[in-house]
Ligand binder design. Sequence first.
Ligand code: AG3
Length: 271
Amino acid sequence: MELWYSEMHTKNIKIGFRIKEEIGHVHSDYQDIHLFDTYDYGKLLVIDGTVQMTERDEFIYHEMIVHPPLLTHRNPRKILIIGGGDGGAAREVLKHDVDEVHLVEIDEEVVKIARKHLPSVASSYENPKLHLHIENGIEFVKKNKNFDVIIIDSTDPVGPAEGLFTEEFYMNVKKSLADGGIISQQCGTPFYHPEEVCKVRRSLSKSFENVKIYLAYIPTYPSGMWSFVMASDEEIKLRRPLNFKTRYFNEEIYHSSMILPNFIQEECKKY
Ligand code: AG3
């Protein structure tokens, strides 16, 4: 018998992975977590029915959520990751010369499953610069300050992570940044939901002088076209060279990823 896992991308469109086996399934206090082994994409992490990452294409997402903000900041020393319990964002941050990385994940079960089954993603949990806090990120930013870069690596803008996309949260995030600080956040598919991306941009503009949406191609996410955003009071520009090997991101992509197709530009004029 063939086993398949599929995620509905819209009411009428889905993506399907043929799977070898289910490696794990946990119903945590916060969400439903599945880990599958697939034929073509390696291990697949699913939370509440939505694909979070696969071993084959996670590098694109994690490089893109981390390297643009880190190379925009003048001298990033203290980094905060909100969400990102699989460890992929932390792995990329630790490729930079930073002093400390704080990872605030609400759901310990995500961390446990990643550490047990996704060693190539969760490797940085062994790094002494990484400090794990099992806590709600919304509360954490109210109490902890002075971060140079804050990376918000959450699930979709609709659902349990909704609170990480509000104007109030962005105000608190801004207060927990040091001078010259910058944030990045994943903000969904502009192909199916351009309005969500434009709303994130507008909400961030209330707290930050400069907000830039940028894009990457991620095969296993809805439509494959994915958006991220950076926000800062400093000008958003490449300030330092990339001095290690990457598989997707490069300095040209830093610039090209911020060039938006017309349909997104048009949509954002409405907001
Ligand atoms: N977090 C964002 C995944 C969003 C995918 N959405 C979907 N499949 N509907 C990824 C977490 C990786 N650290």
